[in-house]
Design a binder for this molecule. Structure first.
Ligand code: NAD
Length: 471
């Protein structure tokens, strides 16, 4: 009896192993093309290669591509470099010079190019149009599935299809377009790639949607196959909802300050309702980054375009824009005078764990303080190099008033106040006793509510935060 049991278990294990080997071999044969090696494209490329797929990557920026080919990640994203190197060394991640090679080799082509917004707050379709043209000019008889991962307004997938057909000028083409919005968070992109909350696949053709979903069948995430437009709306609505939660709590923080209340208590009290929860309810100086502000503005344009009232989203944006002045006023109120004072800004990336400074609140706060005569010492664990380029390009005349400092302690020497503008863990770990000694006047104005008020006050700091007037 015992022998039979052991034999049975061995057979089950062998079957499982064979299935695994078979799946691995199938994956190796599946060629996936990726267009664009930004945050989305590079993470997808390295991640799919790690999962066993044969990934081919095209990136038009030659400098960026050169670094990537050497296994160097062109931006800071935790763990990405490790996966990138592993992909290259395993031979599962390789590079192609142009899109035509991807089209001839890969059944699946992921489009991960940028979709910035223009001055009129509508999405710029320029990069997608170029990709559509290149694909159209190189489609042959083999069937191709083009998967749009860029964030786009509803209707884009259908336009993309139409654009390809137009560029073909009547010559038959064998392809399908799928919308597959990306939900990764910068700073957590690798974790999010391997642990997605959901896989949304938009397609006119259910069988194609199902086929694409097979690529992600072992990710353990719920997979939802919907229409092209539904997928596009899901992405924009998700970002708008997150933005709305942040503006919501920031509005409540304004009220909390009037009554000398602590927004953290209020947040907890609201969030204990399981229908609400505490995620994305952190009061601060507002949201930034390459996604929320852009996608919110573009959603407002989409609503206007279809004569739908965008008032809810306009309010979210107005409340977010106001955060900058509210913070500046808090600084001025705390300091009495800021002219000729050294102020230390901790944080130029839009949040912790990234060097991405796009739409970071600090980009608006620092120039306003300089305009009022302050000298700024800037520290950020990873964002300084991008910030330096930003200042050189946009505010070259401010360069004498802004000092970039690579050591957090040094950044506080003779400073009149520390202004915390993003949420790196490092700010919680520094020795505030030492910092207290280095500063001219020991004041902290915490725009992210990340350090412990009681500890700061015990050391002797004057501490101000958001949604909390308690002395
Ligand atoms: N960054 C995020 O956290 C995030 C999250 C979800 C969705 N998105 C969306 O994904 C898209 C890409 O975002 P990103 O942050 O990765 O952008 P990015 O600007 O960092 O990267 C885009 C890359 O595409 C390359 N590219 C453009 N045209 C190309 C072409 N014709 N051939 C080859 N390469 C080309 C660019 O050189 C660039 O390296 C955007 O629509 C964005 O809104 C971004």
């Amino acid at each position: 009896m015992k022998v039979y049991k052991i034999l049975y278990i061995a057979m089950v294990l062998l079957k499982e192993k064979l299935k695994e080997i078979q799946t691995e071999n199938i994956k190796k044969e599946v060629k996936v093309g990726i267009i664009g090696a930004g945050y989305v494209g590079l993470v997808t490329a390295a991640g799919l290669a790690y999962k066993g797929y044969n990934v081919l990557l095209v990136e038009k920026d030659k400098e960026k591509l050169k670094k990537i080919k050497q296994g160097i990640c062109p931006f800071y994203e935790p763990d990405l470099q490790r996966y990138l190197l592993e992909g290259i060394e395993s031979g599962r991640l390789s590079f192609r010079e142009n899109i035509s090679e991807l089209v001839s080799e890969c059944r699946y082509i992921f489009v991960c190019v940028g979709t910035p917004i223009k001055d009129d707050s509508t999405y710029d379709m320029y990069y997608l149009d170029i990709v559509a043209k290149e694909i159209a000019n190189n489609l042959k008889n083999d069937f191709r599935i083009i998967i749009i991962r860029s964030t786009v307004p509803p209707g884009t997938g259908r336009w993309f299809k139409k654009a390809i057909l137009r560029y073909r000028r009547g010559v038959k083409a064998n392809f399908e377009v799928v919308s597959m919005p990306e939900f990764l968070r910068e700073g957590n992109a690798i974790y999010d790639f391997f642990n997605p909350s959901r896989i949304i696949i938009g397609s006119d053709n259910y069988d194609i949607g199902k086929e694409v979903s097979e690529l992600y069948s072992d990710f353990g995430a719920p997979i939802l196959i919907v229409s092209l437009e539904e997928a596009e709306i899901i992405k924009l609505a998700s970002n708008a909802f997150l933005a709305m939660r942040i503006s919501f709590i920031n509005s409540i923080a304004n009220l909390a300050e009037v009554f000398d209340s602590n927004i953290e208590n209020i947040r907890l009290g609201i969030g204990l309702d399981p229908r609400i929860g505490t995620e994305f309810l952190k009061a601060g100086i507002g949201f930034g980054g390459s996604c929320l502000p852009k996608d919110l503005s573009a959603l407002i344009s989409v609503f206007n375009n279809y004569q739908i009232n965008p008032i809810l989203f306009e309010a979210v944006k107005i409340i977010n824009d106001e955060r900058i002045d509210i913070f500046i006023n808090k600084i001025k109120k705390a300091l009495w005078n800021i002219k000729n004072k050294i102020l230390t800004v901790w944080g130029v990336s839009f949040k912790a764990n990234t060097d991405d400074i796009r739409e970071s609140p600090a980009l608006k706060i620092i120039p306003k303080l300089v305009q009022e005569g302050a000298f700024i010492n800037v520290y950020d664990p990873k964002g300084l190099h991008n910030f330096q380029s930003y200042i050189q390009k946009n505010y070259p005349h401010f360069s004498n008033s802004i000092k970039l400092i690579e050591n957090i302690y040094e950044s506080t020497v003779n400073s009149s106040a520390i202004l915390i503008t993003n949420d790196w863990d490092e700010y919680k770990r520094v020795n505030y006793y030492n910092i207290y000694e280095l500063m001219e006047t020991p004041i902290i104005i915490d725009g992210r509510n990340i350090v412990n008020p009681l500890e700061m006050r015990e050391i002797g700091f004057e501490y101000y935060s958001i949604g909390n007037n308690i002395k």
